[in-house]
Design a protein around this ligand. Sequence first.
Ligand SMILES: [Zn+2]
Length: 314
Amino acid sequence: MVKRCYKMKFGTYTFLPEKTPGFDFQLFRVKPEVGRRMPPQPDMYSNIAIFGDNVAARNHPDWISQSPLGPAWRTNNNFNVRWEVLCATQPEHREEQLDYIEDVARNSQGVWLNSIHFAEHGHCTCPRCKDLWKKSGLGWLEWRSKEITDYMAQVSERVRDRAKKKFVIGVLPDPVTNYDRFGVDFDALAPLTDEFLVVMFSKNYATPWYWETLTRNFKKLFREVPLNISLYVFGPGDDPREVPTTNELLTVSVRMARAGVDNLLYLSEKASQIADFQKAALAQVELRDRLRSYGGKPVQEYLDFVQGWDKIVQ
Ligand SMILES: [Zn+2]
């Protein structure tokens, strides 16, 4: 049995400053990742995204986070970015957000943060970050997480010590490789925050996200031992309406390939069901073209493998 800190509470989390009766607390998205800002509400908590900020990116394109696989524009399919992500060491943005967050904290119940971290694995390689890293004398991952932790200590001081309000840090749903991907060290952040928030269940992107994350997590935990993953194409007794679509199987396979899976197995009751999947996969020309932009060598190898089915499928 997992111990809870206190009696369970229930809240709403909304894009509009509207309260719903029947809940213990209300969290309002004062500044979501699209970057627009709405006035904080005195009787609601405020949710602020820091480095995911389309407005700041539009006004300062040179603030965008950089990597060997390109900048963190939301159009860069190599990464799971649904909005523009700024470099996490950008000093002007950091400073402006500190004042903004303190002001919002003073005018609402408290602050719950999103997007506190580096864009994804390999970010940020802008000249300033490279310079800061070299001067730090730390390893690359260690330096990244120190940048995030040090900045969160400043934000925490503004919200908890100066504004005397509740402070909650939001993290992405990846329990094992948050540190490697985003520079988020849960143990280092724990003393700085009152609670953590993990956003889950968005049909918009959740399934490929979780499959890719689980792949990364198992890769990290298994270390040198190769990772095989099997995907259900059509299990015995499965309802045909509930089996994954070809589109889903291809997308998830590509996302697992880029996350380092060593081998993939496709599971079905009968061989004919796999043959149906092969045919359907070949028919998805447009999707396979798009998936080419999802990553480097492993992704291209997987898509070449699928393309090779055209020699055997009638
Ligand atoms: Zn940078």
